[in-house]
Write a protein that binds this ligand. Sequence first.
Ligand code: NAD
Ligand code: WQD
Length: 330
Amino acid sequence: MKILVTGGTGYIGSNTVVLLLKAGYEVVICDNLYNSQIEVVDKIKKVTGKEVAFYKTDILDREGLDKIFNEHKIDAVIHFAGLKAVGESVAKPLFYYHNNIEGTLALCEVMAAHGCKSIVFSSSATVYGKPESVPIREDFPLSTTNPYGSTKLMIEQILQDLYVSDNEWNITILRYFNPIGADETGTFGENPNGIPNNLMPYIVKVANKELPHLNVFGNDYDTVDGTGVRDYIHVVDLANGHLKALDKLNGVNIYNLGTGNGYSVLQLVKAFEEQNGIEVPYVIAPRRPGDIAECYADPAKAYNELGWKAERDVVDMVKSAWNFCVKNFK
Ligand code: NAD
Ligand code: WQD
């Protein structure tokens, strides 16, 4: 089978492409390199010993997409391409709606024109807004608190409408919780430009002495130690969920991809310090606007229907995140 991976040079995309190639799939990557580097393509070839076709193409470019589908018989698409920074989406909503939504429309139109109607889409736990309880099931109410989240929720709706219009589509929507860590070779990790928004890349930059200390956003939540609790999931487990989803594409389905376990900010910091033997200085800062106290998945549906569950623990997560930094930035 030949899979088109949009956003395939990005953080989650590259990890997924590696697993696809190792599992014997043929892979075509389409990425405009807005938030990733061309070098990733050679790294994928090196780590897997396999060939991968790469197109520096924007998913908004219908002609460019058309060319890919003319040159390859694509069986299914895994659609990672998108912008993902919550704060930036508040500042630049039109940029986010244009890129994420228009891009997905263009992609689906070109897919349909070429008779390719199978897609796995990267959604996010952000579509649960401020959940009334945890663990979060797929049938919980949906809402969003920022334009980024709204693009995900709108795309989910668009894909479901598409299925209603034409039952030949097979659509799997995966709602990721908080992916962290890197592959075992330390090649495919997360390295955002500038000051990171997300916790794990921030911890790594503090550990690497690029930033003086971590700001812990609030220690007065109703949680185990007062700091925010999230469902951190190893990126390789998450990537593996896409292979399971591809196997079982059938109609329209939605799955949480999380571990089902919650870790607080301070628990994650402590695990990082203990496992890597490095101190991570922190100060308690005010709550970050829009944050919730606790967010973790009920991952039972993915286990029952896809046969997928996360296998790597928080030790693997914090060690692999630091290993990626050591291998690439020290
Ligand atoms: P990433 O930024 O590393 O990867 C996204 C890739 O898409 C980048 O390589 C970027 O260059 C590319 N891209 C963006 N717009 C494009 C366009 N118009 N045309 C072609 N390529 C384009 O992000 P990631 O963390 O790997 O996330 C992948 C997907 O998963 C995104 O859709 C994101 O919203 C979603 N997601 C991520 C997280 C997370 O915490 N990382 C959580 C939930 C959902
Ligand atoms: C985790 C915890 C913070 C940074 C975001 C998006 C979500 C999804 C995943 C894409 C919280 C605390 C953080 C810091 C801190 N992405 N924190 N100091 O907010 O759960 O989710 O990424 O879909 O849409 O909203 O992740 O890593 O930003 O925060 O104390 O410098 O760490 O308050 O409790 P979040 P995060």
